[in-house]
Design a protein around this ligand. Structure first.
Ligand SMILES: Nc1nc2c(ncn2[C@@H]2O[C@H](COP(=O)(O)OP(=O)(O)OP(=O)(O)O)[C@@H](O)[C@H]2O)c(=O)[nH]1
Length: 349
């Protein structure tokens, strides 16, 4: 349910019983209410004087004058004040009366009237009305006390809406902040993910490859399992670019990437080491099994590009669990160079 679907009374959870309780707490008795409504006829005769005196006082304060802003607003405010003064002496302090007071609180908060300005204005109004009551009525003391209680009743309502508006602002800011933080976290995770990937192939880049290999070496050490690393390099790739164009070179790179993704096990980790060089991290895999996987990849490559070739070097951890990732990369790389020199054995282990 939106704020706009509820009346202010509903939003502030102020029921008829709550209104009676509030009047009770202030001790505003039926007799006092009767006296207030009895004073209404001569208050009505003095109402223009009350309003004019009240606004003369208000606009003498620069801050209030700035808040009022222009003569049209002042006319509207005077009309509202007219209705309010008659309400004060109506003797009817029901849900409608309370709703109007709550609205005043909300408008004051919205236009930025400080509670101190509101309270000062309320006090000004009281001290303009009191002399008029003294001059014109009997039972002055009781009527003034009743007016005092009623103005306090109004002030509590205005403050309640004021506080409610501030709480709503805090809640809404908190919600906005949570959404913002959530989006930021999502974006930073996405940036982190992208920073690990090679933009052309979607494979892990060299930096991520080193991190992954490092992590897999720790796992293989803990499990005492064999890990292999296969290093791939396209033979004479420069010639492909030079003779058949860069686009053709790109196609070949993307094709190898797809082989490394599709012709391998789910646990294997394909990476682009840079340019025309690729690595495949093969956890829980000895060199024989690694060679089988690489043979399949090489066959598919040659099937698609009969005129090109790949050189592949495979290194494994064996029982050497102290091996660092750069040792394994170096070893697989030098085996790949050996394969490059030997046309007969394109996979070296
Ligand atoms: N099309 C394309 N070419 C690239 C890309 N990245 C690097 N290269 C090119 O790949 C070529 C690699 O050349 P080299 O390192 O000499 O390797 P090679 O020609 O394969 O020679 P060998 O390794 O000895 O077989 C260079 O010409 C790079 O410009 C890329 O993303 N796309």
């Amino acid at each position: 349910m939106n704020y706009t679907d509820k009346t202010l009374l509903e939003r502030m959870k102020i029921t008829k019983i709550e209104i009676l309780e509030r009047l009770n707490i202030l001790g505003l008795h039926d007799e006092e209410i009767r006296l207030l409504s009895k004073s209404r006829p001569f208050i009505e005769t003095k109402i223009e004087h009350i309003i004019n005196t009240f606004y003369q006082k208000q606009i003498s304060n620069d801050e209030v004058a700035a808040l009022i802003g222009d003569s049209d607003t002042l006319v509207r405010l005077k009309e509202a004040q007219h209705a309010y003064i008659l309400d004060l002496f109506s003797g009817k302090y029901d849900a409608d009366y309370v709703n109007n007071r709550l609205r005043i609180g909300m408008v004051h908060k919205r236009i930025g009237v400080d509670p101190k300005l509101y309270l000062t204005a309320l006090s000004d109004l009281k001290y303009i009305i009191i002399p008029i009551l003294i001059e014109n009525i009997t039972n002055t003391e009781t009527t003034i006390r009743a007016l005092d209680k009623l103005l306090t009743f109004d002030a509590t309502l205005v403050f309640d809406t004021y506080i409610d508006s501030i709480v709503s602002e805090v809640v809404s800011s908190k919600e906005k902040l949570e959404i913002y933080a959530h989006n930021l976290e999502r974006k930073s995770k996405e940036f982190e993910r992208l920073s690990k990937l090679d933009s052309m192939t979607g494979l892990y880049n060299r930096r991520a490859m080193q991190d992954m290999l490092n992590r897999e070496l720790i796992v293989s050490k803990r499990r005492k399992s064999n890990l292999s690393l296969a290093y791939f390099d396209i033979d004479d790739f420069k010639n492909i670019n030079d003779l058949e164009g860069h686009n053709k070179g790109d196609k070949v790179i993307i094709f190898i990437s797809s082989l490394l993704l599709n012709q391998t096990r789910e646990v294997d980790i394909p990476c682009r080491a840079g340019g025309d060089e690729f690595c495949l991290i093969l956890p829980e895999c000895n060199t024989i099994n690694a060679k089988n996987i690489c043979t399949k990849i090489l066959a598919k490559f040659i099937e698609n590009y009969p005129n090109y070739n790949l050189s592949i070097g495979i290194a494994d951890t064996g029982n050497n669990y102290a091996l660092k990732e750069y040792d394994l990369i170096k070893s697989a790389d030098s085996k790949m160079y050996k394969a490059k020199k030997e046309n007969a054995q394109k996979i070296q282990i």
